[in-house]
Each structure stands twice: as C-alpha cells, then as structure tokens.
Design a protein around this ligand. Structure first.
Ligand code: HEM
Length: 381
C-alpha cells in the first residue's frame, strides 16, 4: 500500500513538473523571448510596432500583407519606379513563357524524368499559394498539425514531391550502378529552385528589352547567325547581358533577402542579439539614386557597359540580384545562360511588342512577377 502511494506521488510530481516545464517553454517562446529581443533592439534605437501576444507571428506581417493587397488591387502607371508599389509597407515605414522556364529547368535538371520534373513544378506552384495563405492567417503553435483540408493538402504535396524526388534519385543511382556513369548528364543532384524566378526573368526581359531589341538582334545575328547559339556565342553577347542585368536591377526576382542571427552579431557598430530576422530590401538598393544616380528609375542597360562593378556611383556593391557572400545563388550561371539562350533565339526569329492589354502591376508571390502576366505580340521576321 505504502509502495503504491509513493508511486502515485512520484507520478503526480513528475506530471506536474512536466506540465510546468511545458507552460514555461510556451511562455518563453510566445512572450518572454520576443519581448526581450524587442527591448534589446529598442535600446539601440530600432523602433517598430510593439510585440503583441494576440498577434504572435502575425502583427506587422499581417499589416504588410493587407497594405500590399490594397496597393496591388490597382495597376500602376507604366514606369520602372516599382519599389513603393511592390513593397508598399517598406516604403511607409502564367501563361506560355513561364512554362518555357519551367520546361527548360525540368529538362536540364531531370533529363530522362522530364514528366516527373514538370509535375513537381506544378505541385510547387500549388504549395506556394497554400503556404502564403497559411502565412497570412493567425498563427497558433501546433495549428499546422490539425488535419484540416488545406493542412492535409500541404502535407500530401510535400509527401508526393519528396517521394517522387527520392524515387528519381533511386532510379538514377541504380542506372549508375548498371552503366557506371551518368546517363543523361542532367542536374538531378543540384538543389531544386522554384522556377518562377526564371519565369519572371523571361517575362520582364521581353517587356523591357524591346526598346533595345534591334541592337541586341544585330549582336545575336552577328555572333551566331541563324544557328542555335553555343556557350561561346552566349558568353560574347554583351548587349544581351547588359539588358538582362538592367532587368535584374529594376525587377530583381528576390525583392528582399533575409538573414537570421544565430548568435550575438555586431553590424555597423550595432549589436544585434541572437534570434533576429534581418531583411535586406534588394529592390530598394537597386533603385536608390544614391548608388545609381538620378536616372535610377530608368531602363538604361548602358550603365552596365563597363561591367557590373563599374555600373554604380563610386563602384559600390548595390547590385546583388543573386545574393552575396557564401550563400549566393548556386543557379546564377545556369539562370543567366538560360535567359540569354531564350532571348537570343527569340531575337533570331521574331520581333515583338508589348500587347495593349498589358497592365503594369508587378507584385511578389515569393518572387517578383507580373500580376496579370506579360502578354507579348510576336511577329515572325
Ligand atoms: C533569375 C533567376 C534566379 C535568381 C534571381 C536567384 C536568386 C537567388 C538569391 C537572391 C538567393 C539567396 C542568396 C543569398 O541568400 O545570399 C538564391 C539562392 C539559391 N539559388 Fe537562386 N536564383 C535564381 C535561379 C536559380 C536557379 C535556376 C537555381 C538552380 C538551378 C538556383 C539555386 C539556388 C540555390 C541552391 C540557392 C541557395 C544557396 C545557399 O543557400 O547556399 N537559383 N538565389
């Protein structure tokens, strides 16, 4: 009997300790930690909306999403001053061509498994919308484990993508064991990147390059005639590269790049505590007259005539569409070759103009893209 009482008491004490620990963890994560970060940042003059427990993980983000939606509901006038339109909160404080980009990546990355690759891209697109919806709704810890219809769909998409990729890798490994070599020379072992970035590039490229199309076409025809361009040809297409760089400056697919401090870090004399998200608004740097001059908002590929390093005033590093430092984009060369190849081959065959039905409404769905597409009228040469 005594043993039984001791056992029950031990169990009760253990359970109570567990519950207490759990409660303390929740209080630490949802209140103490954000409040302490806020205090440390405020002490160094960084202002902002106060942390509010009821809007945990959603406060400023929700406001930003609301302001963005309101702004994007109307098109802007046809000019390149897109920063306040695309990132309005910062300022206050698919059609055929996208498929082309997806197809090119699917074929290059997956080679023999092209159909599976395409299916993965389609699922990624659907997942993107579902993830954004989740991002915009009120967040409660653990909510994502409740089997609602959307949570189940998100989970299933993730599972299908993982299984398909694992299956493709398994098949490839088996083929390698049998043949002793890579059969298709594809990029299956490269990390997959959302192809919408390239879709964006193709679209905007076409929209904004048409003024220089004649010069660029002369260059393409001079360099490769009517043949399919090879890597050497692509490397010597100077005007085409200048156009693509200017498009990437005015319309960087990744408008904001992020870093997260995992330990106390000093930047520019400011001490940033561990656990802080830092947003680098690429779009703003790319449009800032302080670096680019008074014509920062104009489409002027000539500014890249002497290369990227000489394009800015005082040769400052204000151009980083593919990121910077050890985590810069692994797909940079691939993306540029694909874009050059697509543009060069279009220039060889067509002249083009922007359709009168185009409305200028660049917006971000993870990457920057034309909200209502970019219809182009092609004329066979
Ligand atoms: C126009 C097209 C593209 C743009 C503008 C772009 C831009 C970026 C940016 C800004 C980053 C973050 C860099 C940083 O945090 O410093 C990044 C990372 C990355 N990109 Fe791209 N990207 C493009 C296409 C691609 C393609 C086609 C691939 C793959 C084939 C790719 C693979 C990657 C990978 C693997 C990373 C992560 C690198 C790391 O964290 O170490 N990207 N990209």
């Amino acid at each position: 009997m005594e043993n039984c009482t001791t056992l029950i008491t031990t169990l009760l004490i253990s359970s109570a300790s567990l519950v207490l620990y759990g409660l303390m963890r929740v209080v630490y994560v949802v209140w103490w930690r954000p409040k302490s970060l806020e205090k440390q940042l405020r002490q160094q003059g960084i202002q902002g909306t106060s942390f509010n427990l009821l809007q945990f993980h959603g406060g400023d983000m929700r406001k930003m999403v609301k302001v963005s939606k309101e702004t994007w509901s109307k098109p802007m006038s046809l000019n390149h001053h897109i920063a306040p339109y695309v990132l309005p909160s910062f300022h206050q404080m698919v059609q055929k061509i996208p498929n082309l980009a997806g197809d090119v990546i699917a074929r290059t990355a997956f080679g023999s498994c092209f159909e599976e690759g395409k299916m993965i891209f389609e699922l990624q697109k659907e997942q993107l919308v579902l993830v954004l919806e989740a991002f915009q709704s009120i967040y409660f810890p653990g909510l994502r484990f409740i089997p609602t219809k959307k949570n189940r769909r998100r989970y299933n998409i993730d599972k299908v993508i993982r299984e398909t990729l694992q299956d493709m890798i398994r098949k490839k490994e088996q083929a390698m064991q049998v043949n002793g070599e890579f059969g298709n020379n594809d990029l299956l072992d490269l990390l997959l990147q959302d192809h919408s970035q390239l879709a964006h590039l193709d679209n905007d490229c076409l929209v904004h390059a048409y003024k220089l199309a004649r010069k660029a076409r002369e260059e393409v025809l001079r360099t490769c005639g009517n043949k399919v361009p090879n890597v050497e040809n692509l490397n010597s297409l100077k005007i085409v590269s200048m156009i693509l760089n200017e498009v990437l400056r005015l319309y960087p697919p990744v408008t904001v790049q992020q870093r997260h401090t995992i330990k106390k870090t000093t930047i520019g004399g400011m001490s940033i505590p561990s656990g802080v998200d830092i947003w680098l608004p690429t779009l703003f740097f790319h449009h800032d007259p302080e670096y680019w001059g008074d014509d920062a908002g104009e489409f002027k590929p000539e500014r890249f005539a002497q290369g990227v390093s000489k394009a800015t005033k005082d040769q400052q590093n204000a151009f980083y569409p593919f990121g910077w430092g050890p985590r810069f984009c692994l797909g940079q060369n691939f993306a540029m070759i694909e874009a050059k190849m697509a543009l060069a081959m279009i220039l060889q065959t067509f002249s083009f103009e922007l359709s009168p039905s185009y409305t200028h409404s660049p917006f971000t769905l993870i990457t920057l893209q034309p909200q209502h597409g970019a219809p182009i009228i092609l004329h066979q040469l």
